[in-house]
Design a protein around this ligand. Sequence first.
Ligand SMILES: N[C@@H](CCC[C@H](N)C(=O)O)C(=O)O
Length: 289
Amino acid sequence: MMKFTKMHGLGNSYIYINLFEESLKEEDLSELAIELSDKNTGIGSDGMILIGPSNNQDIQMRVFNADGSEAKNCGNGLRCVAKLAFEKNLVIKKEFTVETLGGPVKASVELSEDGQQVKLISVDMGPPRLLKKDVPMEGKPDSKTIEEAVEVSGTTYYMTALSMGNPHAVFFVDEIETAPVERVGPILEKHNMFPESANIEFVEMAAEGNMHFRVWERGSGVTQACGTGACAAVAAAILTGRAQKDIDVTVHLLGGDLRIRWEEDGNIWMTGPAEIICEGVYIRKEQRK
Ligand SMILES: N[C@@H](CCC[C@H](N)C(=O)O)C(=O)O
């Protein structure tokens, strides 16, 4: 039996396990993520997130995709972790740091009027890493990938690739409704130019300070939202002259809106909501009769 909390950030849902209370075996984690994520025989989610003690930050987060692969960062997950950690008193301050495999991040929570609930969460997602060797990507290690041509099934697409602690490739399209997310997404995710695979994002620029966004996530497929992807999309828009630093961009995702700002000092801030869906006790497959 294992206690869990299911949460979502704009429809991007994960099963959260509190390692301050539960203990899990390292060798079981990947299988557990697959099991929990299954909507028929598990709980149903885009993956699993572990919250636990950290040696050098206030708290630690580990992220597993629905296919069991471990990711180094997760923007929607960070907002959910911040809300859960604050509301469950795992941290007792409104600004705190979270250790991720992609590096430490700062989170800050905004409370409801009665001070009982976290309403909005802002996270300093750090700077985008632009060099191919940091994405990581094939090619000249110290060069950047800005609107580089890539051919998929006879069509040429132009890609801007970068890391937000995890790898992203962003494609600008004229119409978000017809973006080939499910056709091209899985091909590019596992393209051999990405040795660790990649998250694939399609973006339509809208009225000033707005963009529409769809994602094919590495290890989870189409999701309602991707926080690191939204940060990557705003960075790509600025790098290609479609948006400006130090000005908020509202990213319209399938599950709702995120506010993203690439600050002059180099860091990208993400602000948005997080919600608890349910809490319960999960019975592992091998313990079911
Ligand atoms: N949904 C996330 C990203 C989760 C990890 C990603 N699929 C990867 O493998 O890098 C987000 O909100 O950022």
